[in-house]
Design a protein around this ligand. Structure first.
Ligand code: NAD
Ligand code: MG
Length: 392
């Protein structure tokens, strides 16, 4: 079989490294075009050399000399900055992993679709900001988007051979994150270190904190709507502390199809890599008898205000997703920097959403890359102002 040309955006992150782990197991199978990363130049250069990439790109322009130095003598091209990322996405590839964290993944993802590539989408933020734009771009260029988020991969797999019109509801599960059993009044003083450890999944820091606050699940609810085209009222979130059942799809005859597996992202990545085939994957096989029980409970709305916000964002529509994501990303920056508390993230995001709705044409303006970028920027600046206001 011919080698498949692939690129990995966000190669140095948790999803990127898991993707590389799978690629390395089949050295004859893939021809690596582009790898991209951020500050971890050593890792990026090492993987680019090891996998024989054509180009390595760091998001940060000031790190270019270092990247060039690290690639010296390898013949691998070095580039840096946001436009270099988009240029790298325009290089022909059969399959492109979108695993940049945050809205920065949108522009390269769109470019990859414009050249007709299959886009394996871990970067849920781009769907939240600009779902219709991504879907329409894919349709226009005959490209395909495959889900990599574990819940959405699970739904996608449960839908094989089914008709979406017969789906009554989609249930995505949530572990409940680091604080699922904390008394509510303690949440206010939750620290970054406490929010940065996930009970079941090993992931990047930002998504781990977002799991504790359920902002991650809020993004995933919107991602479900954009991906599968169902109505907000058809999407449910179920707390499932073991993280073995990833999602369930309910059909009009009452049947529920569920997807189970070990909490290992290499399953969803591998499914997207080999789709429509299934190949052997190095993930643990579940021993359900050893686990004994699976628990489920409804999410507590007081504990997870971000979930309510997701439904409000979907009800309002338009560019609210972009505002929501931008505000949430910036609030997370402030939490990580120690400037605001854990619960302030949702309170500030909600405040900014309400404020921008009346000011920024969130509902009426078209979902274009330009408008999404403008609203994303407005939302981040509104968060900054709110943080200063609250501190003063
Ligand atoms: P991570 O923080 O481990 O890695 C992020 C990657 O993006 C790194 O390569 C980093 O260098 C790069 N990056 C960061 N900021 C950038 C910018 N401004 N421009 C360009 N590149 C930038 O994150 P992760 O956990 O691997 O998550 C990546 C994406 O996958 C996120 O959208 C996340 O929500 C999604 N996701 C992750 C998991 C998981 O298990 N880690 C599961 C489901 C979905
Ligand atoms: Mg997920």
């Amino acid at each position: 079989m011919a080698m498949r040309k692939i690129s990995i955006f966000g190669a140095t992150g948790s999803i990127g490294q898991n993707t590389i782990d799978l690629i390395r197991r089949d050295p004859e199978g893939y021809d690596i075009v582009a790898l991209t990363g951020g500050h971890n130049i050593a890792q990026l250069a090492r993987d680019a050399r090891d996998l024989g990439a054509k180009i390595a790109v760091t998001a940060h322009e000031d790190r270019l000399p270092e990247l060039k130095q690290a690639l010296l003598g390898s013949g691998i091209e070095a580039a840096a900055g946001a436009s270099a990322l988009v240029e790298a996405a325009s290089r022909p590839a059969d399959w492109i992993m979108s695993a940049i964290v945050g809205a920065a993944g949108l522009a390269p993802g769109l470019k990859a679709l414009e050249q007709g590539s299959t886009l394996a989408l871990a970067n849920k933020e781009s769907l939240v900001c600009a779902g219709s734009l991504l879907m329409q771009t894919a349709a226009r260029h005959g490209a395909r988007i495959l889900p990599v988020d574990s819940e959405h991969s699970a739904v996608f797999q449960a839908l094989v051979g089914e008709r979406i019109a017969e789906v009554e509801r989609i249930i995505i599960t949530a572990s409940g994150g680091a604080f699922r059993d904390w008394p509510l009044e303690r949440l206010k003083s939750a620290t970054l270190a406490q929010a940065s450890s996930h009970p079941n999944w090993d992931m990047g820091q930002r998504i781990t904190v977002d799991s504790a606050s359920m902002f991650n699940k809020a993004l995933e609810v919107i991602e479900t709507r954009e991906f599968f085209g169902v109505l907000p009222e058809q999407i449910e979130v179920l707390v499932h502390p073991q993280s073995l059942v990833h999602a369930l799809v309910g059909f009009r005859d009452g049947a529920l199809m569920s997807h189970l597996g070990a909490p290992d992202m290499r399953h969803a990545i591998g499914y997207a890599l080999h789709w429509p085939d299934r190949k052997h994957l190095p993930v643990a096989r579940l021993d359900l008898a050893a686990h004994g029980g699976l628990e489920f409970r409804a999410p507590d709305p007081d504990r997870y205000p971000a979930l309510r916000l997701a439904y409000e964002v979907m009800a309002r529509g338009g560019l609210c997703g972009a505002a929501f994501n931008g505000a949430k990303e910036r609030a997370l920056d402030h939490f990580i920097a120690g400037r605001i508390g854990f619960l302030d993230m949702a309170a500030i995001t909600e405040h900014v959403l309400d404020q921008l709705e009346t000011e920024a044409g969130l509902i009426d303006d078209a979902i274009t890359l330009e408008n999404v970028t403008r609203v994303d920027d407005l939302a981040r600046r509104a968060v900054d102002r709110r943080v200063v206001q609250k501190a003063g």
